[in-house]
Design a protein around this ligand. Sequence first.
Ligand code: NAP
Length: 256
Amino acid sequence: MRLGFIGTGKIASSVITGICNSKINYNKIIISPRNRNIANRLKKKFKKIIIAKNNQEIVDKSDWVFLSVTPMVGEKILKDLKFRSKQTVISFISTITLLDLKKFIKVKNIDLVRAIPLPPISLKKGPIPICPPNAKVKKFFNNLGTTVEIKNEKLSINFWSTSGMMASYYEILRVMSDWLVTKGVKKLDAQKYITSLFLALSEDAIINAKKDLKILVKDSQTPKGLNEQGLKELSKQGTYKSIVKVLNSIHKRLNK
Ligand SMILES: NC(=O)c1ccc[n+]([C@@H]2O[C@H](COP(=O)([O-])OP(=O)(O)OC[C@H]3O[C@@H](n4cnc5c(N)ncnc54)[C@H](OP(=O)(O)O)[C@@H]3O)[C@@H](O)[C@H]2O)c1
């Protein structure tokens, strides 16, 4: 199987790293010359990577084509690319719908799937929502994390919205670790402490993921303790309501 990537940016590079460190059986990975630096770095790091001359060469040489460009670039380039039947096209593009993809890629008998990989896919970790359900694509991504099949696009937009909170999550880690630095802790020690604290909390959360998350919230507070204070003060300041507001606003953008 030959895998092609149109657009070699952040997410393509994470997915390719995951694939190259996985059990997935592939012959070649054909990637875009853009971004040139990332493409060269990937080629140096992994065998079986070929840098194509242009996007059409990627389509021509691949059985599966991953679309990993921004929506604006996608709208510009997709209509001019010539796909062929029996190819599998997997789009990572956030705001181009399946209906629009079908308009751009007019070929019949093609598997068209949208997927939402996230950067930790490079570590073969994390959920990968796909829409519509597709057995072979599900199997493929299960080598790189946990595939979540979503029946319709409207539902998948909800997952997209929550994945728009990654940078905000890291910002919480940054703010907390910078706060430790202002108290005299060395930067690397502060970052190590905060990241391992949140890793442990996430591991605990995933083990308890079948229970209501409210239980974790409750169990991590001692009556009149520090966590109770933290939660109360943040709730009073509207922090959690603002998270819902932001999710609604991202959702609105995706739902256009
Ligand atoms: N980052 C994430 O966590 C994430 C997760 C899921 C989905 N997505 C989606 O995946 C898509 C890519 O995101 P990204 O974060 O990887 O963006 P990115 O880092 O900006 O990557 C976009 C890539 O497209 C290349 N490009 C620009 N014009 C091109 C053209 N005409 N032909 C071929 N390649 C071209 C860029 O190259 P140059 O640098 O040379 O311009 C760059 O390598 C977006 O639609 C995004 O919504 C991202």
